[in-house]
Design a protein around this ligand. Structure first.
Ligand SMILES: Cc1cc2nc3c(=O)[nH]c(=O)nc-3n(C[C@H](O)[C@H](O)[C@H](O)COP(=O)(O)O)c2cc1C
Length: 150
């Protein structure tokens, strides 16, 4: 049974596209060899990442990622076995969402400031599933951008 982990973090410095591309490039190479799939969202200094795969592989990758100095305040929001992968087709989908979209995923007014949205998600873990569903919906709608060739 696959295992899924969702965490959030805050970038140490505002991310340039090139830096995001570096992360995604590493992810594509390493995740293919570890059979990890998932999605990475970056919105205004906040990361949210979903990792899926064998539990040991996911936990090992999470340990590596949490030591990465490019981000801080790494907080695991949810982890556990899942019936099937939500991002089976994505080594690491890069999802570019707007702050408004993220707020709406969790049922807050579009005008809610992003730090407040993130606080809310951290406090109320049922909202984590809503964020994950929002990401899946964006991907299904073709709104993910892949800065790297597949
Ligand atoms: C927000 C964020 C997400 C990351 N996601 C992944 C990932 O999905 N897979 C991965 O291998 N590395 C990821 N990394 C990079 C790892 O922390 C680490 O730098 C990388 O795995 C080292 O790869 P290397 O040993 O090939 O240099 C991520 C880093 C950040 C900051």
């Amino acid at each position: 049974m696959p295992y899924q982990l969702i965490y959030s973090s805050v970038s140490s410095t505002p991310m340039q596209l090139e830096e995001l591309e570096d992360i995604l490039e590493q992810a594509h190479v390493n995740n293919a060899s570890e059979d990890i799939t998932g999605a990475l969202v970056y919105v205004d200094g906040f990361f949210l990442q979903i990792l899926e795969g064998e539990q040991a592989a996911v936990e090992q990758l999470m340990a590596t990622i949490s030591r990465d100095l490019r981000h801080e305040m790494v907080t695991v929001l949810q982890s556990g076995d899942i019936r099937s992968r939500a991002f089976a087709d994505w080594r690491m989908a890069y999802v570019s969402a707007t702050p408004d979209q993220v707020a709406q995923w969790v049922g807050l007014a579009a005008s809610t400031a992003l730090p407040q949205v993130w606080d809310d998600v951290r406090r109320d873990r049922t909202k984590v599933a809503q964020v994950a569903a929002g990401i899946v919906a964006l991907l299904a709608g073709g709104q993910a951008s892949a800065p790297l060739p597949a």
